[in-house]
Every structure is written in C-alpha cells, then in structure tokens.
Ligand binder design. Structure first.
Ligand code: ATP
Length: 458
C-alpha cells in the first residue's frame, strides 16, 4: 500500500515540476477537487482527445460532433433522473464535522460495497463500529446530490435554478432532434462530444482520479433495439483498441460486468473498464446500454417527439442507445502512471515517462551541444525549424549541460532527442539521435532526419 502511494506521490511531483498538472488556485491554498493543466498537460490532453476524435468521429461516416452548452435548462436533469437520484452516501464525523463518502469508509475497512442500499450502509457502519479517519463516531449516512447548482439571470428563485452538467450526455440527447432534422441520418448513427462536466464529489481524492471539474469524451450511439448486443460488442472492442492506441498496456485494462443491483437506473447492461492505477484497480471508462430511457424521458418532460421514422420498414420508434464514456483525466492518469519508469542509465538513476509517441507532448527535442557556440546554435535552430514544420510538437533547448537536458526530456516523455555537435558542421552533416527508452544514440544524416523520425513516431 505504501509503495503504491509513494508512486502516486512521485507522479504528482513529476507532473508539477515538469509543467503537466498544478493544483487548482494554488497560490490561494488550492481548491479541493480542481487541477490546472500546464503546457505539457494540455499537449498530452489534446493528443488524447484528438486521437479519440479521429478514431470515433472523423474516421467514421456515422458520427456527428456536438459541443453543447454546459449550463442547461433544469428540466434536462429532471428528465434524466439526476435531480432526484444523482447522489452518493455522505456521512459526517460528529466531532470534526468533516464529511466522507460512507461507501468509501466501508471499502477502506475491507467491506465489499457493491449494491449496498443506504439502510445497509448505515447498518454496516454500526455493526462494524466504523469510525471516521480521525477516530471519531459517525452520524447517520444520507444521500447527497452531486450536482452543482446555481442561478441564471438576476433573479434567484426556483425557476432560475440551473445545474452545471454532471455528464456531457445530456447535451447530446437534447440535440438528437436537431441532428435528425438537419442531417437526416439513418440509424444507426451516433453523436460525440468532448467537454467539461461537474460533480460535487463528497471526497475528491487521488490526484486527477476523482475531481469536481472533469472532462469527458462521450458517444451516444442511436440504434434499433434489436441491434443492441452487436453494437455493444463492437464498441467494447473499439474501447480496447483505443486503449492500445494511446499506449495503455492491455494487461492493465480489465472489464467488470456491473451487476444488476449496481447499475445506473437507466442501464440494462454496463461494463466498467478498470485499470491498474497506482491506487489499485479502479474504473477508467464505462460502456452502457442505456435503452430508450433518455429519449423517452426527454419526450415526456419536453413534450417534443423524439422518435425516429424508419423509411425502409415504415415504422416509427424511439431509438435505443449504447454509450461509451471516457474520462479524459483518468485516461491521462492511466497513461502517465503506466508510463512512469525508474531505471538506471550510464550508472545513474533516472526517471522517465515511456509515453507512446502518439500522445507524447513533445515528439522531438533539438539541442546544440554547447550554448555559447553560435555555429552550433544556428545549425540547431535550422534543424529545429525544419522538424517543427513537419512534426509540430518539437522543442528547442540549450539550457544547462546536455545530461540535464536529456533528464528533462526523459521526464516529459520525449521519445527522441537530436543533438547538433562539431562533427555536424565540420564533418558529416549528421546529427545524434538519442532514443529515450534505451538511451542508444545513432548518427543520422540531416537530409534523412525528418523521414527517420516520422517513421519512428508513426
Ligand atoms: P465513479 O464510480 O468512479 O464515481 P462513475 O461510474 O460515476 O465513476 P460515470 O458516471 O460512468 O462514472 O462517468 C463516466 C466516466 O467519467 C468515468 O468512467 C470516469 O472516467 C469519468 N469520471 C466520472 N466521475 C469522475 C470524477 N469525479 N473525476 C474524474 N473522472 C470522472
């Protein structure tokens, strides 16, 4: 347990010192459950999102991109069931008044919490004499709604209540008719969205694993109910392929068939994709068969017909939905934690991120051997510009000695470093290309450098 937590600490520290992820509002003491992404964090996040968008939207003909508003009419969340039931069990330390997730406290005490009702949770807390982490007695657990509530406009009353969306899905269901009316797609087709969602988690924890402001990549795939099993299977396969594409080791990705009593009220089948995080095996993504629950509920609440007319069979019905849902932050944590490696190179300990070139924030770094030799710096700048034009995420670095620059790039996860030395200029018009994982160096002609790197990172 201690080892696992220390790995997490190392990762948090690396993310901060190398400019991936900082604590939210840090100079004011932070804001629990929020994190800010720095330049490399943004680059990694965008690479994940672009890979996802390409696979699930651009490369397909049946997917429609959506970017809906975060603030939505409160009736959206009444219809979806979130106002009534999007809650976690909250329990209070009677002395300190600190609040905890009751199910997490039970879990920490070795209780299997799957399928527990609130009554059962309360009974178990009593029966097992479970105390708060500070050793105090706990109050009665109650359901706590996790939606952030605010008011829209100048008047604060019930009619002006809005919620920050707790999942991106809602924005796609309310646009189902718009997509039908403007694009006239035939079933099956899907809508896809990447965006922020907000959950007032009782106990945000484990770095970016459980946060209050999160980002999701979601698909609502609309089908005829007869097609649900095969569609579910095909997305299940695609989710594994996406994991591999972003560099997640398949041995660390596991499927959990969610039992009837643990599934969300709308789901007839759910698979949680779990990952071996440093904090243990936990949910990474979800795949759910949401039936026609959402479109039926929105039809009832909005009084707008959300059915589909099947021309071929001259039948009208409300489509069913398969929903693959991916958390961006958890994907990022899975990528960083599985890429985090400590080894020894040239007799020295080092830390590096073994990132797939596909997601690495910097693909290549270019160095002049010495900073104070203009001929080296100029040549390095030339090589840098030509690589940057072709490859994009390329960095120039002439700070400190070369060993320090390698260490920095290793920690960022840069797959290749290119060094321009005196031989480049005086002898062979070649550069040294160093491979991050092996530390091996190879001389490559400048004229062949772009194709050499492109081949390695593709
Ligand atoms: P958990 O059981 O861990 O709270 P969930 O089952 O409520 O997650 P979903 O509602 O299925 O999660 O959300 C879809 C995805 O969004 C999750 O698989 C996860 O990747 C991500 N996600 C959900 N809640 C959070 C959170 N608080 N912080 C970070 N990511 C989250």
């Amino acid at each position: 347990m201690e080892k696992k937590n220390s790995v997490m600490e190392e990762i948090i520290s690396l993310c901060k010192r190398r400019g991936f992820i900082y604590q939210g509002s840090e100079i004011y003491g932070g804001l629990a459950g929020t994190w800010d992404y720095g330049p490399y964090g943004v680059a990694l996040k965008k690479n994940i999102e672009n890979t996802w968008w390409k696979r699930f939207v651009t490369d397909r003909e049946d997917m429609y991109g959506v970017d809906a508003a975060i603030l939505m009419n409160q009736n959206v969340w009444k219809a979806s069931g979130h106002v009534a039931g999007f809650a976690d069990p909250l329990v209070e330390d009677l002395k300190t008044k600190k609040r905890y997730r009751a199910d997490h406290l039970l879990e920490d005490n070795g209780v299997d919490v799957k399928g527990l009702t609130l009554d059962k949770i309360n009974a178990l807390i009593k029966e097992k004499g479970i105390k708060s982490p500070d050793g105090n007695a706990l109050g009665e657990a109650r359901q706590f709604n996790m939606m952030f509530k605010t008011n829209i406009g100048a008047i604060e009353d019930d009619s002006s209540v809005v919620y920050l969306r707790p999942e991106t899905a809602g924005g796609m269901f309310v646009n189902f008719k718009n997509i039908l009316d403007t694009f006239h797609p035939k079933l099956p087709f899907g809508t896809a969205q990447i965006g922020k969602a907000f959950r007032n988690e009782i106990a945000p924890r484990d770095f970016i694993f459980r946060v209050r402001e999160l980002e999701q990549m979601e698909i609502e795939y609309f089908i005829h109910p007869d097609a649900w099993k095969e569609t579910f299977e095909s997305f299940r396969k695609e989710m594994h392929e996406f994991a591999t594409e972003v560099g997640l080791p398949s041995t660390k990705v596991h499927e959990l068939e969610v039992a009837d009593e643990d599934r969300a009220h709308y789901s007839k089948r759910t698979i949680d994709f779990e990952f071996d995080f440093p904090i243990g095996k936990k949910e990474l993504w979800g795949l759910a068969y949401r039936t026609d629950f959402d479109l039926q509920s929105h039809t009832r609440e909005s009084k707008v017909d959300l059915s589909y007319f099947d021309e071929a069979n001259k039948t009208r019905f409300v489509p069913h939905v398969i929903e693959p849902s991916f958390g961006v932050g958890r994907t990022m944590l899975a990528i960083i934690s599985s890429a985090y490696t400590e080894d020894e190179l040239g007799g020295e300990k080092r830390i590096y991120l073994k990132l797939s070139p596909k997601v690495a924030p910097v693909k290549v770094a270019v160095f002049p051997l010495l900073k104070n030799k203009p001929e080296l710096v100029n040549k390095a700048r030339e090589v840098f510009s030509s690589l940057k034009k072709e490859i994009g995420n390329v960095e120039f670095d002439d700070n400190g000695n070369i060993g320090k620059r390698y260490r920095r790039q290793d920690e960022i996860g840069t797959p290749f470093c290119v060094t321009i030395d005196f031989d480049t200029i005086e002898k062979d018009d070649s550069v040294t290309v160093r491979d991050r994982d092996s530390g091996n160096q190879e001389r490559v002609k400048i004229s062949e450098l772009i194709s050499y790197i492109k081949e390695k990172i593709s």
